[in-house]
Design a protein around this ligand. Sequence first.
Ligand code: HEC
Ligand code: HEC
Length: 294
Amino acid sequence: MKQATFAKMILMLTAAAALWAQAPPQNPQTPPAGAPAARGGRGAGGGGAYPQRPPADPAVLERGKALYGVHCNFCHGSDARGGEGGPNLLRSDMVLNDQSGERIAPVVQGGKGEMPKLELNNNQISDIATYIHSFRVGGYDISRMVPPSILVGDAKAGEAAFKAKCASCHSATGDLKGLGTRIPDAKLLQNGFLMPGGGGRGGGRGGRGPSFNVPPTTVTVTPASGPKVEGRLVRIDDFLVTLSEADGGQRSFRRDGDLPKVEIHDPLQPHKDLLPTYTDKQIHDLTAYLVTLK
Ligand code: HEC
Ligand code: HEC
């Protein structure tokens, strides 16, 4: 009896020692055990040492690709090497050291500098991370697969998508008449309709993308006593909301749970709500259609 327990303990200790010996060193750039041996080296693109990763599940990649296409592509570029307003992600230390979205998630969910926060959950971000990380695995380099023009869509299908998704607020012969003339660059036009004003709060004055006159986000605060106060939203967190009134003066209200009542009116909310509903094809079709609005 005693003997058997002792033998078990030895076995467990040996197993633990073996695990210890196998545990990957603390260097995050080292591939996890079981990853394929450096196939294709650093990938055809050269550049930074993007860590090798085990091949990803195609279903996850597919989901990540779709999410990336809708939420990240228009700023970070279809190859994640930077684009309109977003830096190269493949050269980002944060992305290099990310395993499955845990480092990317706080940026996406909280925003960073000019990058707006996006409403994506951890699973979605993990799928996106898998997709971004796949760019260098096995030498697969998506930048080679970028179509020469983004005008690959079908304008007819785009017109149908416009009727379904946009016509409740816009008109091709009204407010959006001449859009294709105003913004001849298809890529800028695409960024512009996806997130007019570049997604930041600055209404496009950031110098990125076409400068649409997007009205500012406003807020209505209803204190427990006293009249409603309305103004342009300056900042809000769990504890404080600050607005600037028509005369330029700023007022702050301490927040305590649901009090005071705070209603935010973001003119771009419809566009934010639309983002996750597009397919890649719809985006291209819509762009192909919108450039024809002369
Ligand atoms: C509206 C443009 C825009 C969109 C959309 C956008 N980003 Fe960004 N992103 C930026 C900008 C600008 C920065 C640089 C922020 C800074 O450092 O001030 C950035 C920074 C980042 C960083 C940090 C890089 C580093 O090393 O600091 C990560 C990670 C990132 N973005 C991932 C994503 C992902 C993933 C998505 C899609 C879910 C996304 N971004 C969507 C504009 C955008
Ligand atoms: C629920 C309403 C709503 C829907 C649906 C909507 N938008 Fe918008 N859109 C807005 C608002 C509000 C603005 C802010 C600027 C403004 O008032 O023109 C805006 C701005 C724009 C701008 C910049 C316009 C300019 O000249 O300043 C473009 C381009 C645009 N939307 C295209 C689209 C397209 C394409 C779709 C469909 C895929 C769409 N929108 C769906 C409400 C909507």
